[in-house]
Write a new protein. Structure first.
Length: 65
């Protein structure tokens, strides 16, 4: 799995960081998503998929290897 985010469209809801904290974080100054792991291990894949579904701005994209 490869993960990408579009920080220019992020509205800072934080759902990604709450759903998959090993993969996503939030910039403390700008409140936008920070991608911690663009190629997360298999045990994080379901959490990443849930983060994609919960992102209100739809800024997370995922491609399978």
């Amino acid at each position: 799995m490869k993960v990408a985010v579009d920080t220019s469209l992020c509205i800072g809801s934080g759902m990604c960081a709450l759903t998959a904290p090993a993969v996503f974080d939030q910039d403390p100054d700008e409140a936008v998503v920070v991608l911690r792991d663009p190629a997360p291990p298999a045990e994080q894949h379901e959490a990443v998929r849930q983060a994609v579904l919960r992102c209100p701005a739809a800024v997370i994209s995922v491609t399978d290897d």
